[in-house]
Design a protein around this ligand. Structure first.
Ligand code: ADP
Ligand code: MG
Length: 695
């Protein structure tokens, strides 16, 4: 495509600057891919009498009978009276008063396009688009595109309407003929997709809904297809080029553990997942597998069984946790589970120092340690393994991609990697973020679990809350009280936490209350955890450091203070800390009285369901996929311009199937027919960091 934006007629250097600065639009392609976020039907003319405040954008035709600038300072506005024969209403502008005033005179007819509202009991319209002496025929049947505009764009008088003109100018300068088809002709023909040049035109200027749908489908398909193609191709590459560590037998340890040390029968889902891992181990390929399982589904046991296959074959395994607390806990439970078995287990975190550290490092290099549990300290350069064959990463979303990547260097042949997610994520998102991993799902809870009963309390119900906590403590149970801690607000949050701690100590003087937060020394944290785990302390006041992994089955109450400040997935994680034993457990969400709409919705969802996948889906609907925890770090290969993972799951599945089909015929995309695709992939990957090789 030719030319810079500033040379295109109808844009010019000033607007080109604003577009670049405000919307990251630098080229004609960027303009063409600046898609409308919705469309307004301008086929019908409304009358003032018909208007109600709940209507969306409408158009009216009539005349202005008066106009005046009124008010002072920020209240200064242009107020005009508009009539159409059925009634009259006030129309106001707060910006660009002089310009608009110059546009309005009482002798002409105007077309108004805007959203009606009620102000002081009367119908009113603010900042409509206006058009003098409209051609009544011009708008019939048209869907008008609406574009996002930032404050900066509006200040520079680039409104949605202006954007429409800019897009038109670009098409006029470039011509649809210059737009290349980016999908293989075969695919376009077989699935009857709209060709790219037409689709790009129609997405901006659809003649009717059917055309719009076809254009949308084509563009969404293309976007998702290329993401899947990139992910699946890199998976092929890993598989064909990387030789994995092969095991020909599960080894003796798995069997003896199963026979003599297992405390409970694994669930069907746990067995299936171990089986899937075993399939990878004996395949000769390097495993990159994701285990998804809701909180409490028993991922740790799965990890342990897999690690025993490795140690039984005389090799080493490591288990990485995101926090020291969690690493400690994993270590202690592993030591307990493996008591009496001939496996060396060690704990390596940042706070293991001096002689102890040296002994562990020696044990790892020499091979006397079979399983090491730790934090990111495990991937430091001083840690050398004799023969690392499996790395389990627990609660993955806390680990950066780069950290995962450095595991590859820990052995001459890259170790198998098993990622266990703490947060269930929607299927579409999993397919996209982890599209290059094989996925196993633990979709069954250990038997006898009762769903956690969840209730919403306002602060004014504090006495009732205390009475309830006391009644549970009297039955011998324990309780968590969690406070939010957000970096931006750290000072206040610590103050709330300390106050909450003091309040609980006073209110529950006959019990022991302990406290855990990130600023404590490792020793103090350990001591507080120990008190709670052993049952010496009955109440733990904490920040979200306990969000992931902590396992105290006797705890039956989870109180979440300022619950409105937590996201859904965090609330779900926190709630997962209780309900781990056979007893009925409770989660109480404490909030202020005044709640926003989204917050109320989040609280409702929490009270309605304990299904992590349903919650994840709801979370994605409320916040959009970009904000779901883990997505930023994992790095979706390209930015999504038109697809919405919350809504387009069917197109995504279809696109993935098509990508698979293409790769089945041409795994490396090496044939001449695939040039279209390799070229497009290269273009798309240019803008983004390429994470796809790692994981
Ligand atoms: P998560 O998947 O959240 O990491 P954990 O591995 O911590 O879950 O397991 C949660 C609890 O369930 C632990 O107390 C664990 O001992 C118990 N558990 C795991 N598997 C089973 C099973 N098959 N039967 C009974 N209890 C189990
Ligand atoms: Mg866990």
């Amino acid at each position: 495509m030719p030319t810079e934006l500033k040379y295109i007629k109808g844009i010019g250097p000033r607007r080109a600057d604003v577009l670049a600065r405000e919307a990251d639009i630098h080229s004609p392609e960027d303009v063409i891919e600046y898609f409308p976020y919705r469309y307004v039907d301008r086929s019908r003319i409304y009358t003032i009498r018909e208007l109600t405040a709940d209507m969306s954008y409408v158009q009216l035709i009539g005349r202005f009978v008066s106009k005046e600038v009124v008010g002072q300072g920020t209240k200064r506005r242009l107020s005009a009276r508009f009539v159409d024969g059925t009634g009259s209403m006030e129309v106001v502008w707060f910006r660009g008063l002089n310009y608009v005033e110059g546009q309005i005179n009482t002798s002409d007819e105007y077309l108004l396009f805007g959203k009606p509202s009620i102000f002081m009991g009367r119908m009113n319209m603010a900042h409509p688009d206006i058009e003098r002496n409209p051609d009544r025929l011009q708008f019939s049947g048209k869907l008008m595109p609406m574009y996002n505009t930032t404050e900066g764009m509006k200040r520079a008088m680039i409104t949605s309407k202006t954007m429409q003109g800019i897009v038109e100018s670009v098409f006029a300068a470039v011509g649809t003929g210059a737009i290349r088809e980016t999908l293989p002709a075969q695919l376009v023909a077989r699935h009857n997709l709209m060709p790219r040049p037409q689709a790009l035109w129609a997405i901006h200027f659809p003649t009717d809904l059917k055309t719009l749908d076809a254009a949308r489908f084509r563009l969404k398909f293309e976007e998702l297809f290329y993401i899947q193609l990139a992910l699946l191709r890199s998976r092929n590459l890993n598989r064909s080029q990387v030789e994995g560590i092969r095991f020909t037998s599960p080894g003796p340890m798995l069997g003896s553990f199963y026979k003599d040390h297992l405390k409970f029968e694994p669930t069907g889902a746990q067995k299936r997942v171990v089986h899937e891992v075993w399939g990878d181990f004996k395949s000769g390929k390097q495993m990159n597998r994701l285990v998804q399982g809701d909180v409490g589904s028993g991922k740790t046991l799965v990890a342990l069984l897999c690690m025993l296959i490795v140690t039984g074959n005389g090799m080493q395994a490591c288990l990485m946790a995101p926090t020291e607390i969690l690493a400690n806990q994993h270590y202690e439970s592993l030591v307990a589970e493996l008591r009496g078995m001939d496996v060396g287990v060690a704990l390596l975190t940042g706070s293991v120092k001096g002689k102890k550290r040296k002994a562990i490092l020696d044990g790892l290099a020499g091979g006397s340690i079979g399983i090491v549990v730790g934090t990111h300290a495990l991937i430091g350069p001083t840690v050398v393994f004799k023969n690392l064959a499996l790395c389990v990463i627990d609660e993955q979303h806390r680990f950066g991609v780069a950290q995962r990547a450095s595991l590859w260097t820990k052995n001459s042949r890259p170790p198998h990697i098993l990622v266990m997610t703490a947060t269930p994520i929607p299927r579409t998102l999993a397919m996209t973020i982890y599209g290059d991993l094989d996925v196993s799902v633990i979709d069954e809870m250990p038997p006898g679990r009762k769903p956690v009963f969840t209730e919403h309390y306002f602060y004014c119900n504090r006495n009732r809350l205390n009475a309830f906590i006391r009644s549970e403590l009297q039955k011998g149970r324990q309780a968590y009280v969690v406070f939010p801690l957000i970096k931006e607000n750290e000072k206040m949050d610590y103050k709330n936490l300390e106050e909450g701690f003091r309040y609980m100590k006073e209110s529950f003087a006959e019990y022991k209350v302990c406290m855990v937060h990130g600023k404590l020394s490792a020793d103090d944290k350990d001591e507080a955890m120990r008190q709670f785990v052993s049952g010496e302390a009955q109440i733990m006041v904490a920040t979200t450091v306990i969000e992931v992994g902590v396992n105290v089955p006797n705890a039956s109450v989870m109180v979440i203070e300022s619950a409105e400040r937590f996201g859904l997935s965090q609330l779900h994680q926190l709630r997962g800390r209780v309900g781990r034993g056979a007893d009925q457990s409770f989660c109480i969400l404490m909030t202020a009285n005044e709640l926003g709409r989204d917050t109320r919705r989040r609280i409702e969802i929490m009270c309605q369901t304990t299904d992590g996948f349903a919650i994840a889906e709801a979370d994605m609907r409320l916040r959009g996929p970009g904000d779901i925890e883990g997505t930023q770090q994992s790095g979706i290969p390209f930015r999504l311009k038109i697809s919405d993972l919350a809504r387009d799951s069917q197109i995504l599945s279809f696109a993935r199937d098509c990508a698979k089909e293409v790769l089945a015929q041409d795994p490396m995309l090496a044939s001449p027919q695939s040039v279209v695709m390799t070229q497009r992939l290269a273009e798309l990957q240019n803008d983004t960091v390429n994470w796809s090789r790692i994981s």
